[in-house]
Design a protein around this ligand. Sequence first.
Ligand SMILES: C[S@@+](CC[C@H](N)C(=O)[O-])C[C@H]1O[C@@H](n2cnc3c(N)ncnc32)[C@H](O)[C@@H]1O
Length: 258
Amino acid sequence: MGKRWLKERKRDYYYRRAKKEHYRSRAAYKLLQLNRRFGILRPGYRVIELGCAPGGWTQVAAEAVGDSGLVVGVDLQAVEPLEYENVVLLRGDFRSTEVRERLRELIPECDALISDASPDISGIWDVDHARSIELCELALEIAEEHLVPGGNLLLKVFQGELLQSLVERVRGCFGYVKLTKPRASRSESAEVYLIGRGFSRLRRGEVYRVKIAGESRRGDGIARIKGTRVFVRGARRGDEVRVRITHLRQGFAEGEVC
Ligand SMILES: C[S@@+](CC[C@H](N)C(=O)[O-])C[C@H]1O[C@@H](n2cnc3c(N)ncnc32)[C@H](O)[C@@H]1O
């Protein structure tokens, strides 16, 4: 790292603040800002964190979920032990079957998955973008396996032409989706953060055969499918129908008889 880079880093507001407040990275402030705005982590949550070294996000997550929560952090790099009883650190590659297996043992279900994982930077925009998308696709696969209905997602991703298709994939299984850049993220950096709230095991457009168990005040039928409450237009209590999912919302879904 050049002298100029070191000098600029020392002048950087979040770098200095992290030193003063004992966070291991300036990135900690990105998670603090995103969590304040989008409520990704709550007390008691079980969290999978991908790409956690040196541990700034892990500190923020451990404090947000508190003693009744759990944070399992994974990184290729070793992380200096943290003084939190609710943190478990795993060293390894989250693309490997070994790490996937350990995650299944340690935290079979989670309420949030957060990933600040970055590929090794080549400096070639398209290459770095494609590698970042690949990490995000994997993180999403892990999220789909571990998240409980209603759970939340936060992914760091480098901008580029493949971003929109990733956003569409996230839209397919979360009730609320947003791309954002927190203040602590440098404006010249290619990174943005993709947020998904209200995970559902249902997929928009899919069809399910169900028995309508109740009715809403508005007169829609209500069914529970794969842990998600679905309001079904035009259905009555006791009906046995085929339902197509039309919308995923935060905490529920909507469907129509087909
Ligand atoms: C920007 S750093 C994370 C900083 C962290 N959020 C913090 O606040 O301290 C990105 C991390 O992603 C990790 N990483 C990248 N690919 C990975 C993979 N396949 N498995 C595990 N960790 C990975 C890198 O080793 C690196 O430590």
